[in-house]
Design a protein around this ligand. Structure first.
Ligand code: ADQ
Length: 467
């Protein structure tokens, strides 16, 4: 078995023995793969410094995973992280061309940091290692490594959507970005929709030879395989959270404070891709269309701020505060406040309890690579009295959770009426139908979990024959 070198923008260091996965499903799964295969996890420390040195900070977690991190210059953080990654690629790849900023120095900073990553990680790579690079921050890294003579197998997984060709071509130097990507041996996307868009671009814009059946892309004699690998949650680990006193207490807090009314929950990073203003518009429409139901529903939105240095994130936060205030102002009674808006994160134990106490889960991204909240909501339900998941058709998780129209209630997040109508259906859904829908969804959430995902990707990478 090959040793694994995982490279991502940030490294989630397990804090103590047995704590792997405490930072979420992905961290847990990558730590598990690293424990099994041996190897190292490399990335940015999250620290800014005045002058880049490239010196590596090693740490060994309680359960034996070695991490290696570098500090980045403040200018790198501005241009690469806040700039090209989060102000150019993130909005564009979430179809938000209106929010996409194209600045020359962002692109230069992005390439500079990718080169710095390549130089710093190079001495850590041994012959026979398999290398697994993650996400939009590091698309050119494979090419940088190849140019420095790395001959190992290198795979890349994109956690966010792949945009349609006619959007992607609005990015200056788009060809350069995708050509660099084709220096990887294996490219993973979250589902077939994003995979199809990727293959379409390769054929149309680069003139690559594409075999849709096998996902093989050949450009100038070099071969890359592209496949869909839908990421899942760390099911067992997440379920163990439900056994804790903290989870039970969270559920009780939620239930006792919403007595006689149905609690509906949304849990998201505060990000414009998650469709939060549109969600509030849908809820407002529900109250307009069914005024007699105001006393039946409480909506709880948990949305901790993220990427606060980026302007569009400051804007979305202000929009949400205003909309929540407006709806509550118009609809509250002395004993009813229809929307509770909580601006902070919670532990997985608490989230488990909140999910379980809420009889409707509302997940309405305008675009999302996958969306693990939808899967966590399903996992946390009581099998004897499960809640209803309302899910955007534009979430990467939609094909798995739609279950041929008999799983989640699928909605168009741009339509307030559609959201309002499905909230009413969910409120009135009989127990038998709730159970039947939940039973169809839980299989894929349990089986297609994050360990299945890592094993599939790492297995396919290891099977690639080197020239
Ligand atoms: P994210 O955009 O961060 O991830 P998502 O997959 O929904 O989106 O959530 C990731 C994790 O964050 C979940 O485990 C969730 O519990 C946690 N989380 C969200 N809000 C929280 C809160 N308020 N408090 C505490 N925890 C919270 C990116 C892509 C997704 C893709 C993942 C994994 O944008 O589409 O599913 O990567 O590939």
């Amino acid at each position: 078995m090959s040793r694994l070198v995982v490279i991502s923008n940030r490294v989630a260091v397990p804090k103590a023995r047995g704590a792997a996965g405490a930072q979420g499903g992905l961290a847990g799964a990558l730590n598990a793969a690293l424990r099994k295969n041996g190897g190292i996890w490399f990335g940015w420390s999250g620290q800014g410094v005045d002058q880049f040195t490239g010196s590596i900070n090693y740490a060994r977690s309680g359960d034996g995973v070695t991490t290696a991190t570098i500090d980045l210059e403040y200018q790198d953080v501005d241009e690469y992280y806040n700039g090209y990654a989060n102000s150019t690629l993130w909005p564009l790849f979430h179809f938000r061309i209106d929010l996409t900023r194209y600045e020359n120095e962002f692109g230069v900073g992005y390439e500079r940091v990718n080169e710095r990553f390549a130089e710093a990680v190079l001495p850590l790579i041994e012959a026979g290692d398999d290398i697994w690079v993650h996400d939009y921050h590091l698309m050119p890294l494979g090419e940088q490594l190849r140019e420095k003579g790395v001959k190992n197998r290198i795979g890349f997984f994109l956690h966010i959507p792949w945009p349609p060709t006619n959007l992607l071509v609005s990015l200056p130097f788009h060809e350069r970005l995708v050509r660099a990507l084709l220096r990887y041996d294996l490219i993973g996307l979250q589902n077939d929709t994003w995979l199809d868009s990727f293959l379409h671009y390769c054929r149309k814009e680069l003139g690559a030879e594409v075999d849709e059946e096998t996902g093989t892309v050949v450009l100038e004699g070099r071969k890359t395989i592209a496949r869909a690998y839908p990421i899942g949650i760390d099911f067992e680990h997440f379920m163990s959270k439900g056994e804790t006193g903290e989870a039970r207490q969270a559920q009780q807090r939620l239930e006792s404070s919403t007595r006689h009314r149905t609690a509906m929950i949304g849990v998201d990073r505060l990000d414009y891709s998650k469709g939060l203003p549109e969600r509030l518009d849908g809820i407002s429409r529900f109250f307009d269309n069914y005024p007699e139901r105001v006393r039946d529903l409480v909506f709880i939105q948990i949305a901790p701020p993220s990427r606060e240095d980026v302007q569009s994130y400051q804007h979305i936060r202000a929009v949400l505060e205003q909309k929540t205030g407006q709806i509550n102002g118009a609809r509250s009674e002395v004993d009813i406040v229809p929307i509770r808006y909580v601006n902070r994160g919670h532990s997985q134990e608490e989230l488990f309890g909140f999910y379980r106490g809420a009889k409707i889960g509302l997940v309405t991204p305008l675009r999302d690579g996958m969306n693990l909240v939808a899967k966590e909501y399903v996992a946390a339900q009581d099998p004897n009295d499960p809640g209803v998941l309302i899910l955007s058709r534009f979430a990467g998780a939609a094909p798995q959770l739609d279950c041929d129209g008999e799983g989640a209630l699928m909605i168009n997040p741009h339509s307030s009426d559609d959201i309002a109508h499905h909230i009413r259906l969910a409120l009135d859904m009989p127990l038998e139908e709730r159970k039947a829908r939940w039973e169809r969804m839980i299989g894929t959430v349990r089986d297609d979990n994050v360990h299945w995902w890592t094993e599939n990707f790492v297995g396919d990478l290891a099977a690639i024959k080197l020239d």
